[in-house]
Design a protein around this ligand. Sequence first.
Ligand code: SAM
Length: 460
Amino acid sequence: MTVCAACHPCRSGCSPSALQSASMQGRKTDASSLMVNDLTKSGGTDKIGTKDHGSCRAAGAFFEEGDAEMELTMCCPTLFGLEGVVADELRFGGKLTEVRAENGRVLFEGDENTLAWANLNLRCAERVLIRLGVFPAKSFDALFEGVRALPWEQFIPKGGAFPVKGHSLNSALHSVPDCQKIIKKAVAARLGQVYQQSWFEETGAKYQIQFAIMHDTAELYLDTSGAGLHKRGYRANSNAAPLRETLAAAMVKLARWRGREPLIDPFCGSGTIAIEAAMIAQRRAPGLLRTFDAEKWSCFDAAVWRQAREDAIGMTDGSARFPIVGSDIDPACVQLSIENARKAGVSNTVFFEQGNAVERDYSVLGVLFANPPYGERLLDVQTAEKLYTELGRALAKSPMKQYILSSDPLFERCFGRKADKRRKLYNGMLKCELHMYFKHSPRPSAKIDRNGSAGLTKNS
Ligand SMILES: C[S@@+](CC[C@H](N)C(=O)[O-])C[C@H]1O[C@@H](n2cnc3c(N)ncnc32)[C@H](O)[C@@H]1O
């Protein structure tokens, strides 16, 4: 690791080696009112270039004085399986060229306009982080030095709150609480030096620091979103097993549904798929109903966020109507969906009704999305599998394209047809498959073993 010459180990009363041995697993570091005892020798003004994907180095600042342009490396964590969908949102929606999809995340470059756009418009990403640096961190000293070398003062003002959270995997520094403490101390040391203060009240806006240590390499981020991006602001209430909004939107995107044909979700629950589809069809930005942490950051121009919101509102065609129907056997779910659609502003185009999915008429053309009970949170496995069989019978002669999400490896056998394609997706921690039927002729019964299948598979 290349460490800035002025950096030195933590002298503020915490011994990295002592922390390493302390058994503090599971405890959260107190993020407020941190005292920095000794900053006399702390590092200078070394900065890490945002495009530095390697070791710690002194390079250009994020913000140059009088320079409105800044280049940031941003990172969107995604649900596993959605990396490509998010990368496409950035490439085609955001018109970005430098987009790199990796396992569970997508990295891209841009300025604060990009950052505001991404928060407001991405439908399938979990949050938008600014990546401040990447460096090797095999010891607490290395972690402290690497963190302190980053230009935190360019983001976090004097009174800013900077809680720290993160995770560590396959690394010497495995104690997350200890890493949190070291990072907190290192940021405080840096800010204390710059602001000439030793006490941080942290009463201002929140600048959530996130870290990830993987294979002894630390990555440091600032979370610009606050609440996860799946929290759109329309679903205050949900049924017992709601689908994450980012995953519901991804199902619609994977099917390339754009409002030109009828859509039905016969297991609508709290209405997530139907509402996300309506928002896609009306080009309604998913973030318009909520705020983001970075909107309160003094380092960013409020006009940028105002403009991004205005642009997003300008893109919306709220009068556009599409035939979208959701139904559920439970009348309480129907009521919930109606309420959520109203909050989302799409009640002019989404209709909900009570009904048994296996008794519906599926003879019309269109697209069906379904997230039936898996036997995990709702129903037991046997009842869920019986439901799949009945649903398969009801849909056997339907001309509809069908996209059905299930975690049951026996889904296709119960449903009675082999999917034309399947895609592995995660509903939270639950591994699922999206079974896609888009070739109209009914296919013969599938023989699938208990292990099911993996990844995107094409049948022919
Ligand atoms: C996994 S939940 C769907 C969650 C939904 N995607 C959401 O985001 O809220 C399954 C739903 O299927 C409904 N359901 C169960 N059996 C049904 C049936 N035979 N017909 C219609 N709905 C049924 C349940 O009431 C439940 O709301």
